[in-house]
Design a protein around this ligand. Structure first.
Ligand code: XMP
Length: 515
């Protein structure tokens, strides 16, 4: 099915994905492209609207990212945000200069044109997020100023008859109190969108499309139990039933009881129509990890061994027609295909599989979705909430939460400590506020006393971070009483732990995981 589409042109701003997510939250489908995208290709996509993102440059400087004037003459409404707004003015003949005062943070914006389509239903004074050092000193011809702030004469401007809108602030960030409403106004009042991007119809249409594509072919899926692969697997199962085989490799580095939980949902006792193969490869992984301390070496071993185990299973199954991958939209944008901001993470997930399995085609049913959309699709598919709202968990699992050598004994310690920690965080009602939290095992042993006895045992570190995008993070302020309770339970209930530390490091300079 063809959706109405809005295009987000990325000028390198940090909020590019956020803009796209906000647009989709308004039930309008959108895609991110580099600002260099060919204008003919943009035209061919027949967009309902175009949004220009922010960016770190000054548009009047030589070599700064720019766009052609013809972009504004397509007859397609354009909303320029921050750099995008300045660029619109600059390209259309206005003037952009260095501002006498840099505006940063929550700022009161005074709406001058309260009947603007963009400001329908918006308060005459509204708090918006500003972050700019340049400003529009002269607007382009045929534009009018529609909002200002104490320091910024042009907080918003428009040429309504041409469908061109410019805002200096960032409507996409939550600090802009009525920002979502303004985006929605642009999409519905200016672009005339109808809001046809909905998860229920996406799921239904995807299932139909997969069924047609697969026919009576065989499909193979590497299931980790994580959100993406679970949602992909269930979608495939609903489409083609037991033509699908899911291979779940238990590498012995999962959280406590996790292997059994995944099996309970997807295995024979579960409700899905698919072939489920659990490979208990714990011993193999422990053997290969014995004596290895260096973090990258550990990651590499786990990744390689995973592929090897999977390959052996795939060989038993024989040739398949399709291989399922749980790629999601941020993976595509971050690999540089979509937007402008290139962030490449070399995380081990299932990326190496295509080379070891013989198949005709890859199916990526989630490649258009953001993470929150994947979760919504999961709920539509009836997947249990505890799977859909799982925290991120690294592919190499507890292997990167045990500092130094991984042994079966250490895995057990960190599993038990982690289970206690997670249980108490949930009990305290904090799980929704914390982006990611887990226990890690430091490689440190220290002296303690238990009863009258001297102990010499491990220290467990508790980690909890708040984060928007997992690229940066801050240590969460978990209440002291909760930490104290967790500490008490861990030292009492988990053998070989006599010390509990709380990690207050932010990222950067730390990372979220320990290795
Ligand atoms: P770091 O430790 O780099 O982690 O601050 C950032 C986020 O990425 C997750 N992470 C991984 N996810 N495979 C994954 O799928 C990996 O190898 C991996 N390593 C780290 C981490 O849990 C955090 O959410």
């Amino acid at each position: 099915m063809k959706h109405e589409k809005v295009i987000v042109l990325d000028f390198g701003g940090q909020y590019n994905q956020l803009i796209a997510r906000r647009v989709r939250e308004c039930n309008v489908y959108c895609e991110i492209y580099s600002y260099k995208k060919d204008i003919e290709q943009i035209k061919a996509m027949n967009p309902k609207g175009i949004i220009l993102t922010g960016g770190p440059n000054s548009c009047y400087e030589e070599g700064a990212p720019t766009c052609d004037k013809s972009l504004f003459e397509l007859g397609v409404p354009v909303l320029g945000i921050c750099y995008g707004a300045q660029l619109m003015m600059h390209v259309l003949g206005g003037k952009v200069e260095k501002a006498p005062v840099r505006e940063y943070g929550k700022t009161e914006v005074i709406v001058d044109k309260t009947d603007s389509l963009l400001f329908r239903g918006i308060s005459p004074k509204t708090i918006c997020w500003m972050s700019h050092f340049d400003y529009v000193s002269t607007i382009a011809a045929e534009f009018e100023i529609t909002a200002h702030t104490a320091d910024c004469p042009v907080a918003a401007a428009e040429n309504a008859s041409a469908g061109l809108y410019a805002v200096q602030y960032h409507p996409e960030v939550l600090h802009s109190v009525e920002g979502s409403k303004m985006l929605s106004n642009f999409l519905y009042n200016v672009c005339g969108c109808t809001g046809d991007w909905r998860m229920d119809s996406f799921v239904e249409n995807s299932i139909k499309a997969i069924r047609e594509k697969v026919g009576d072919g065989k499909v193979l899926c590497a299931l980790s139990g994580g959100v993406d692969s679970s949602v992909a697997a269930v979608m495939l199962s609903k489409a083609v039933g037991n033509q699908l085989t899911c291979v779940f490799v238990d590498h012995g580095l999962l959280r406590k009881n996790e292997g059994d939980e995944v099996e309970a949902v997807f295995g024979e006792a579960g409700e899905y129509d698919l072939n489920f193969i659990r490979v208990n490869a714990q011993e193999r992984f422990y053997e290969r990890l014995a004596g290895v301390e260096e973090p990258e070496a550990k990651r590499k071993i786990i990744g390689e061994e995973f592929i090897r185990v999977f390959e052996e299973e795939a060989k038993k199954i024989g040739a398949v027609d399709f291989l399922v991958q749980g790629t999601i939209y941020p993976d595509i944008v971050e690999s540089g295909v979509g937007g402008e901001s290139v962030v490449i993470k070399s995380h081990h997930n299932v990326g190496g599989l295509p080379s070891v399995v013989s198949f005709k085609e890859i199916i990526e049913p989630l490649r258009d979705l953001f993470k929150d959309e994947v979760r919504r699709a999961g709920l539509e598919l009836g997947i249990p909430g505890h799977l859909v709202f799982r925290q991120p968990f690294p592919g190499p699992g507890l292997g990167v939460r045990i500092v130094g050598e991984v042994t079966e004994e250490k895995v057990k310690i960190v599993q038990d400590a982690d289970a206690i920690y997670r249980e108490e965080i949930v009990k305290a009602g904090l799980s929704g506020e914390i982006g990611q939290y887990f226990a890690a095992l430091t490689n440190m042993k220290s002296v303690g006393c238990m009863g009258d006895e001297r102990t010499y045992d491990y220290a467990v570190a508790l980690r909890a971070v708040t984060t928007v995008d997992f690229m940066t993070a801050e240590a969460a302020r978990v209440p002291w009483e909760v930490l104290e309770k967790v500490m008490n339970r861990i030292v009492n209930e988990v053998e070989h732990v006599n010390r509990v530390l709380y990690d207050v490091t932010s990222k950067p300079p730390g990372t979220i995981e320990f290795e």
